[in-house]
Design a protein around this ligand. Structure first.
Ligand SMILES: [Zn+2]
Length: 263
């Protein structure tokens, strides 16, 4: 009877309890992390977004980070397309699983007020059902002339979808040549959902060609290029999670025909 394996029988249930506890702890930790990510997404992803909320109370808080239209940093290939502060960077995550494909430039004005200009010359296209978007084909990438790229400008409508795009570019416009600095429309807040518009900002991204003469799906970051070398601004989130992108080098300003704010 002494050899009866009583201790083993006693141990087994204990092991099960340890396993259950361990699994619960892991599940709890994952849940807490997910809740943290969800809670903070959109509001305080980084120090820069904390400043966003302060800035809405007091625009002077970020006045030093405002970039003017037509600015080139160290003779960058692209000139800055509007007046505003870059809050959202390339490859920044706004929510779980999201990777931002472009730059979000906030003018600090209401919708339909701040003009948008072409950052680089090319052939403009506006699909028939595009209310807030134009895309410009650049047949020779200024950084890699053997390839074609596209520049995508969006949110140029109000929350109801009333377009702020220039009348020069009606729905269905195709292959319309525009010089850098051409007025494209005004910054808006169209999200596709009138109940939940975006904050007023311009989203601009650099989109890959599909190799057959048209653009790829801009919503996937893998179909976009890091805008950093095109603007010579630190706009890759992986390199610059917290600071506002500003030019660290020499500024030049294009002599564009600027359009007054629509106020
Ligand atoms: Zn964006």
């Amino acid at each position: 009877m002494l050899n009866e394996p009583i201790p083993l029988k006693k141990r087994r249930p204990r092991r099960v309890i340890f396993w259950i506890l361990g699994i619960l702890i892991v599940i709890g930790a994952i849940g807490a992390f997910a809740a943290y990510k969800l809670f903070f997404s959109g509001s305080s992803r980084s120090e820069r977004w904390l400043d966003y909320w302060n800035w809405r109370q007091d625009p002077d808080k970020v006045a030093e980070f405002v970039i003017e239209p037509g600015i080139r940093c160290d003779d960058s290939a692209f000139a800055f397309p509007t007046r505003g502060v870059i809050f959202g960077l390339w490859d920044e995550s706004y929510r779980v699983g999201h990777r931002h494909q472009g730059l979000d430039i906030f003018p600090g004005t209401g919708p339909g007020v701040t003009p948008v200009y072409a950052a680089h010359a090319g052939y403009l296209r506006r699909l028939a059902d595009w209310k807030s978007t134009v895309i410009i084909r650049i047949s020779e990438d200024p950084l890699q002339p053997n390839r074609q790229i596209w520049t995508y400008y969006t949110h140029m409508a109000d929350e109801e979808g009333n377009s702020f795009i220039s009348e020069e570019f009606p729905p269905g416009a195709t292959e319309v040549w525009v010089e850098a600095g051409t007025f494209l429309g005004y910054v808006g807040n169209y999200s596709g959902n009138a109940v939940n518009p975006t904050g007023v900002h311009l989203h601009i991204s650099i989109v890959k060609d599909d190799g057959e003469g048209t653009f790829t799906n801009e919503l996937d970051i893998n179909n976009t290029y890091d805008p950093t070398p095109y603007f010579n601004l630190p706009v890759d989130y992986n390199e610059n999670p917290d600071d506002f992108p500003v030019c660290a080098g020499t500024l030049t300003v294009e002599d564009w025909d600027l359009v007054p704010n629509n106020e």
